[in-house]
Design a protein around this ligand. Structure first.
Ligand SMILES: NC(=O)C1=CN([C@@H]2O[C@H](COP(=O)(O)OP(=O)(O)OC[C@H]3O[C@@H](n4cnc5c(N)ncnc54)[C@H](OP(=O)(O)O)[C@@H]3O)[C@@H](O)[C@H]2O)C=CC1
Ligand SMILES: C[C@H](O)[C@@H]1OC(=O)[C@H](O)[C@@H]1O
Length: 263
């Protein structure tokens, strides 16, 4: 019998969950979904987003959870270290980590300068690496198993003419989860990537002013509608359940069938 925590990683009493980039969008819906199970939810936000993060915290309370709002730019190693110190001092080790924070500043390939490239890489990919490293060490030491869930994208599997910088980070997140599945598996910690399709949030609000693009997206989606943050939040919650204990290193599409619908 191999080592590692038992199949059921939900311990008695409230689970402790961190959602990065939880001030708005998918992160907000995910924080609220975990609030519904009565979890203690760390609502992370970048500088300048506290007002939105407090709105998320109120949603978590309304659902029955307990929020803790903590500012940290996930791209900043010192901020991530401080985030971990605050969370561990307040609630101890995590049970569930959701790497959600991300940016997608659309730009033509030849207009992407090294600063923009670095910012997208540092927020989306390095941020997931830094946060996962900062929090899973304590999870391993706690010996209770757990879940690492990272929000990649359909864009990990396909390209985007104005997302050269972005798609590479999403592919990187998918790969990161595969390697960490190996590292953390013996400790009962599963690592999976969720790959949303076209989800209506602020990240694409400007992009979706192009009605032709929206019509094209919708025509590709067998489900007949664009996605909502709750569609992703629900799958993230499902992957945090004991029944998902044998899923690790997986890529889970949440796209209404968009990817497979070539013709
Ligand atoms: N919407 C979609 O169609 C899809 C989204 N995704 C992914 O889903 C995730 C959530 O995006 P979504 O909810 O759509 O977009 P939103 O822009 O609504 O939410 C992203 C959140 O992450 C925060 N954030 C940005 N940078 C940082 C940082 N450095 N540190 C901490 N938080 C940060 C944002 O804050 P701020 O407002 O200040 O930027 C924002 O609150 C992203 O990783 C995105 O790549 C994947 C596939 C499809
Ligand atoms: C920001 C994009 O509109 C959105 O995010 C992704 O990962 C996919 O590319 C979606 O189209």
């Amino acid at each position: 019998m191999s080592g590692g925590a038992s199949r059921d990683t939900i311990r008695a009493g409230p689970r402790t969950v961190l959602v990065t980039g939880a001030a708005r969008g998918i992160g907000r819906a995910t924080a609220a979904r975990f609030g519904r199970e009565g979890a203690r939810v760390v609502v992370n936000h970048p500088p300048g987003e506290r007002e939105y993060a407090e709105q998320t915290a109120e949603l978590v309370r309304q659902e029955g959870g307990t929020p803790l709002v903590v500012e940290a730019d996930v791209a900043d190693p010192a901020a991530v270290t401080e985030l971990a110190a605050i969370v561990h001092a307040t609630w101890g080790p995590l049970d569930v980590l959701v790497n959600n924070a991300g940016i997608c500043p659309f730009a033509d390939f030849f207009d992407i300068d090294v600063e923009l490239w670095d910012r997208v890489q540092h927020v989306n990919l390095r941020g997931a690496f830094l946060v996962t490293q900062a929090f899973t060490k304590a999870m391993v030491e706690a010996g209770r198993g757990g879940r690492v869930l990272s929000v990649s994208s359909i864009s990990a599997w396909v390209g985007g003419s104005q997302q050269v910088h972005y798609c590479t980070t999403k592919a990187g997140i998918s790969s990161l989860m595969k390697s960490l599945a190996i590292v953390l598996g013996p400790h009962g910690i599963t690592c999976n990537a969720v790959l949303p399709g076209a989800i209506a949030t602020d990240i694409n609000k400007a992009d979706w002013t192009d009605q032709g693009k929206v019509d094209y997206f919708r025509s590709r989606i067998p489900a007949g509608r664009m996605g909502e943050p709750a569609d992703v939040a629900g799958v993230l919650w499902l992957l945090s359940q004991p029944e998902s204990a044998y899923m690790t290193g997986a890529d889970v599409l949440v796209d209404g069938g968009m990817f497979v619908n070539l013709q």
